[in-house]
Ligand binder design. Sequence first.
Ligand SMILES: Cc1cc2nc3c(=O)[nH]c(=O)nc-3n(C[C@H](O)[C@H](O)[C@H](O)COP(=O)(O)OP(=O)(O)OC[C@H]3O[C@@H](n4cnc5c(N)ncnc54)[C@H](O)[C@@H]3O)c2cc1C
Length: 498
Amino acid sequence: MSRNENRPLDVLTDDRTLTRFSGDMSGYKIRPTCVAMPSNEGELIRTAKMAYERGVVITARGGGSNQSGSAVGRGMILGTTKLNAIIMVDREIALVQTGVWHGALMKRAQALGSIVPYDPSSSSFCTIGGNVATNATGLRGVKYGSVDRWLRSVRLFNPRFGILDSREVLPEELAQGLMRLKSEFQEDSEILATFKARKGVKSSSGYNLPAILENEEPGKMLVHLMSGSVGTLGILTEVELKLITAPSQKSLFLSLHHGLEEACEAVPEILALRPSSLELMDAYGTKELIKAGWDLPEETRASLIIEFDEDPVQAGKALMEMLAFRSIRTIEIAQPERRSSLWRMRGEMLLRIRRAYEDDQHRFIPFADDLAVPVGQLGPFVNDIMRLFEKEGLMVIIYGHVGEGNVHVRPLVPSDGWQERLRRLASECLRITFSHGGSMTGEHGMGRNRAPFLIEEFGRRTYQAFQELKQLFDPEDLLNRGAMLSSTDLTEGLSFEP
Ligand SMILES: Cc1cc2nc3c(=O)[nH]c(=O)nc-3n(C[C@H](O)[C@H](O)[C@H](O)COP(=O)(O)OP(=O)(O)OC[C@H]3O[C@@H](n4cnc5c(N)ncnc54)[C@H](O)[C@@H]3O)c2cc1C
């Protein structure tokens, strides 16, 4: 179809498209009114403006791989996957449009001898824009942190202020608004205490107010406010990311344990050796390894995957000594094919377990899928969670990035009375998490299944600060309504169907 450059993009309203974009990977099924897939920034702006002027809610969407119900919504779905140009890349910096797949950028970086430092397991089906909007991390988070650490600049469309580019001067009203919030927040002992207490806890929850507290320049504040903002402050069109040189050597270990608590208790000591990955798999995950032909002792109930990319020989030796009495056995995986096979298994683990256990009556609905606590709390925290599901008589899988205190908890929920059970279990899991000083999302980001609990995680005053920030960027609440500041019940729009 030929299009006049000045016209808004034609939007799609056919049944097939609306059905396809009704879901993401969270289980929510919410039918949008229309879907637009702009192929350049100009089209995106004109289309978003048109929607905003008509009071239509706009939900930005990348790969739709989130587990929080953050890329679905009534109104318009604004897909970014056609904005997929890698504008510039060298060994140190990449400037990309936000619809670029993480895996595609990683490949380009690797060809230059570099890597994108953060590494979600969903790399092949998530976009850079989605990564920033959820503050993604992943398999190397223990050493390299989340995307926010590597974010250098952002360019986005905000319907109130127009195009915002952190490398240029921001509109005065926005700059003044951010500075006003800064003076207000830095005088507020409750807000300061809330963020002080959260230091050291991995989190993608709420707005990143430290971006305002810790930066002096509105442009810099904007960059880091976008991390974890789940499309509620603006629609990202370009970002600049710092890349790092690919490590020249690595060593990889699989350590086998009698149980989750034993494995978790080894984590703080392993961290002292500066691993680049420290991943946990429970008995179900470990069983998938055995099914795939790994010869492991029968009594294994949990395993840790540990990788080093710095002094790998020395660190490996120290690890073997340390785990000699703390594990059933620790195996060094030296062959390249076995290494790739182990990482592949870890990446596919959730999908394999889902295939093995889900049926019409049972589903692993995500709602406590991304809990994070201070590392020192891991053992007792995991115990409390296991006790909860034991009492409930439900199978639960527990795995994740334990090096950062981040565990994915996925119970197998029966269809009978599932909504009521979900509400109760979500509340319980979060109560346990908060009682250990944790956060309801370490990396998957905010969305419909977490928004109603945000006030509990941060307290009333900080929640109010979030509202003030949202008011500055989106007074009409038309950007991804319901994903961040909402008290709507988590089961509304959630479907038991796959
Ligand atoms: C099997 C599996 C493994 C996973 N592993 C990890 C992992 O290791 N680490 C991790 O962090 N996450 C992981 N995830 C979660 C998910 O892949 C990430 O949250 C990812 O960053 C989402 O990217 P996306 O492009 O799919 O975004 P979407 O799901 O499309 O959107 C997510 C949010 O970002 C917003 N958004 C998207 N694009 C833009 C934009 N251009 N501007 C503004 N807002 C935007 C959306 O509105 C939505 O709120 C995993 C998911 C699955 C299914």
